[in-house]
Design a protein around this ligand. Structure first.
Ligand code: BDR
Ligand code: CA
Length: 314
C-alpha cells in the first residue's frame, strides 16, 4: 500500500479525506499534520483527532503545525464549516492526544524513515501550505525526500476566496510559492487538485442514508459531515471536496491532467493568491520561458470522472 501523509485544516471535507486515507486498505497513512485554516489551529487539531478516533486509527501520529500564515493574519472559514470547524455534530472530546513533536519535526522523521526504507511518502496538503513551506526551510533535506506532492488548492478557471483566488492558496500565498519552488528544485512531481475538479465528485442524499445505515462510528461521522453540507447549501448532493485529492491516488485514470507552468501571484491589487496557469502553446519547450524565472511545472487537474471518485469514497 502507498505511504501517505495528509496536511489538513479539518474542516468538513478534510475530515472526509482523513476517513478515506485512514481506512482504505491501499493507503498507508503514516502521519497527519495540522495547520490553521478553515478553523483556528486548536479546533483543527481536536477535529483531526476526533476523526482518527472514529476511524480507530490511534496509531497515526498527529503533529501540531502553524497557527497562522507566514505573512498575513489568519482568516478562517467557519461560516462554511460550522462554528467548531467540523459540522457542529456535537462529538465528544477525543481521547487521543497530539504527538509531542511539532509538525515540521514529525514530517522530517516520517519522510526520512520512509525514504530510507525505499518507499517515499506521497504528501497531500489539503490546506494552506504553511507547514510544508516551513519544512522546506527548516529541514530541506527531509523535504527533498518527498516522493510526490498532490495538493488541493488553486484553480485555472474557478476561484472561491476572492474573485481571483482559491482559499488554501489565498490564505498563505508565500507558502504555496515556496513549496512549488522547492518541489521544482528537488524534482518532486506535483499534482494540483484545484477548483476546476474539486466540486465534481458528489454524494447524494440517498447515498448518505445508505452510509448512515452502515452503522460504524466512521460511517456515522461521514454521513453527518456530508449531510451538514446538504443542509447548509440546501442541495440534494454535495461534493466530497478535499477527499477527491486522496481518491485520485487510488484512481489515477479518473483524473485528466496536463503538465503546465504554474506561478502563485504574490502581489496584484485584486489577484493575490491566484494560481497563474500558463496554457499557451509552448511547442514542447515548456522548460524555456524566455521571460523571467523558470516556473514550476505542475500536473494540473483539468477534468475528473466525478461519479467514479464519489463511488470510491463511499
Ligand atoms: C479548500 O478550502 C477549504 O475550505 C476546504 O477544506 C478546501 O481545502 C477549498 O477551497
Ligand atoms: Ca481543507
Amino acid at each position: 500500500s502507498l505511504p501517505v501523509v495528509l496536511d489538513v485544516d479539518t474542516g468538513v471535507d478534510d475530515a472526509c479525506a482523513l476517513l478515506l486515507a485512514a481506512l482504505h486498505p491501499r493507503l498507508d497513512l503514516r502521519a497527519v499534520t495540522c495547520v490553521g485554516g478553515n478553523a483556528p489551529l486548536a479546533d483543527v487539531v481536536r477535529n483531526t483527532l476526533t476523526v482518527l478516533e472514529a476511524a480507530g486509527r490511534d496509531d497515526v501520529p498527529v503533529g501540531v503545525g502553524a497557527a497562522r500564515p507566514l505573512l498575513e493574519e489568519p482568516v478562517d472559514a467557519r461560516h462554511v464549516h460550522g462554528s467548531d470547524g467540523m459540522a457542529d455534530l456535537g462529538m465528544p472530546s477525543p481521547r487521543l492526544r497530539a504527538d509531542p513533536r511539532p509538525a515540521v519535526d514529525l514530517l522530517r522523521d516520517t519522510l526520512e524513515a520512509a525514504a530510507s526504507a525505499g518507499a517515499p511518502v506521497t504528501v497531500v496538503p489539503l490546506a494552506p501550505m504553511t507547514n510544508l513551506a516551513l519544512l522546506a526551510r527548516v529541514h530541506p533535506d527531509a523535504f527533498a525526500r518527498i516522493g510526490r506532492l498532490v495538493f488541493m488548492g488553486g484553480g485555472v478557471e474557478i476561484s472561491n476566496a476572492t474573485a481571483a483566488a482559491e482559499f488554501n492558496v489565498f490564505h498563505d500565498p508565500e507558502a504555496a510559492a515556496i513549496v512549488l519552488d522547492a518541489c521544482a528544485g528537488h524534482g518532486i512531481p506535483v499534482t494540483m487538485y484545484g477548483l476546476d475538479v474539486f466540486s465534481d465528485p458528489v454524494v447524494t442524499d440517498s447515498e448518505v442514508e445508505d452510509l448512515r445505515r452502515v452503522g460504524t462510528p466512521a460511517a456515522r461521522l461521514a454521513a453527518g459531515l456530508v449531510s451538514f453540507h446538504h443542509r447548509r447549501f440546501a442541495s440534494a448532493g454535495t461534493t466530497i471536496g478535499d477527499a477527491g485529492a486522496v481518491a485520485i491516488l487510488l484512481e489515477p485514470d479518473a483524473v485528466r491532467t496536463e503538465r503546465l507552468p504554474v506561478r502563485v501571484e504574490l502581489t496584484g491589487t485584486w489577484t493575490r493568491g491566484r494560481t497563474v496557469v500558463d496554457r499557451r502553446d509552448w511547442g514542447g519547450h515548456l522548460d524555456h520561458d524566455p521571460h523571467g524565472l523558470a516556473p514550476a511545472l505542475v500536473h494540473v487537474a483539468l477534468g475528473i470522472d466525478g461519479p467514479r471518485i464519489a463511488a470510491l469514497w463511499l
